[in-house]
Design a protein around this ligand. Structure first.
Ligand SMILES: [Zn+2]
Length: 344
């Protein structure tokens, strides 16, 4: 059975038209520009994962994690012309001064450490004179083994509908939707999770093809740092941190910073919670491990930096790309200034 792509250009086009109506209303009444002026009062942190060619984005199991490279290029071009873009570390320092900004302060961040971040995203940023922050899962880069959620999502997409139904029934999952599968795995104990991922891979007819899910190399992490990008930590193995005991938590936080410091020759002060999962114990451990700020995954605007819970704005295909994978210029502006929060 041919796997169905998770991103439907037709559905996306209908949704886009509804959003476009509100965006046009906002820009013609000045509402959008009002929201854009408000951006100058704080820090907007953008969250990206992967930048890939359009055809790979359409087939990608989790469409919220990819942006087409030509769309990303146009987004960065717009930011370069209208915003003050800097790595998160510098942007947080600028926010702490409390001084107003002439242009909106924006940080562009990437999670996980995929090869496309180095090969595709960084050159686009640099062409526009921009620098970003890359949160690296150090064990992923060091050994190249695919991350558990990529294995899980990829296997689910390759499985037949009957196999999905069987696995869902066996685990009392309410639906066979990929989001339900991923959410179910996240709350499972680590050993149960990995057993299920292996079961799904066997039902899908084999393990993940590594090519699409390659991490960058250690040399590439070093090169990014030398070229002025910030390297932050995203743990060693990308676990769900609140599930770990104190010793394992400390190890994930400290060992990752050690790896990255060795590779870049600089202090690593930025952290990003895998899957955005955190609690007060995890926040304390992050500070105890020597990090000075940590990005979460809740959407928001940072007026005063709550340093262990910085909000980020997810830039997704659904929200910023038209059907057919073309750049939605007004939609990107409407997301960026958070006008779309009012209509969601
Ligand atoms: Zn991640």
């Amino acid at each position: 059975m041919t796997p169905r792509p998770s991103f439907s250009p037709r559905k996306a086009l209908i949704k886009h038209r509804i959003r476009a109506f509100f965006d046009l209303f906002a820009v013609s009444t000045g509402l959008l520009q009002l929201h854009e002026r408000r951006m100058r009062r704080g820090l907007t942190i953008l969250m990206y994962h992967r930048i890939l060619p359009s055809e790979q984005c359409i087939e990608y199991p989790l469409e919220s994690l990819v942006i087409p490279s030509d769309v990303f290029q146009k987004q960065m071009q717009w930011l370069a012309g209208h915003c003050n873009v800097m790595p998160a570390r510098e942007a947080i320092e600028a926010l702490a001064t409390g001084r107003p900004f002439k242009k909106p302060l924006v940080a562009v961040t990437f999670d996980d450490g995929y090869a496309d971040n180095f090969e595709v995203a960084a050159p686009i940023l640099e062409t526009q004179g921009l620098r970003g922050t890359f949160f690296i899962t150090s064990g992923f880069v060091a050994d190249g083994a695919p991350l558990w959620y990529d294995r899980a999502a990829d296997a689910w997409q390759r499985m037949s509908h009957a196999a999905r139904k069987g696995l869902a029934r066996l685990n009392s999952m309410p639906s066979t939707d990929i989001r339900t599968w991923m959410a179910w795995l996240k709350q499972a104990a680590p050993d149960v999770r990995i057993n299920l991922v292996e079961k799904a891979e066997s039902l899908a007819g084999g393990s993940i093809s590594r090519g699409l899910y390659r991490p960058m190399s250690i040399k590439q992490v070093t090169a990014l740092s030398k070229r002025g990008h910030e390297i932050g930590s995203h743990t060693v193995t990308h676990p769900i941190l609140p599930q770990l005991d104190d010793a394992l938590l400390k190890d994930e936080l400290e060992r990752s910073a050690q790896h990255l410091s060795e590779w870049t020759g600089t202090d690593v002060i930025g952290f990003c919670y895998p899957n955005g999962d955190l609690d007060e114990r995890v926040e304390r451990a992050v500070l105890d491990a020597g990090y000075q700020y940590a990005c979460a995954m809740h959407s928001g605007f940072n007026r005063r930096a709550v340093l262990t819970r910085l909000a980020r704005l997810p830039i997704t295909m659904q929200r910023t790309v038209r059907g057919g994978c073309t750049h939605d210029a007004l939609g990107f502006r409407a997301e960026l200034c958070r006008f779309r929060d009012w209509i969601r």
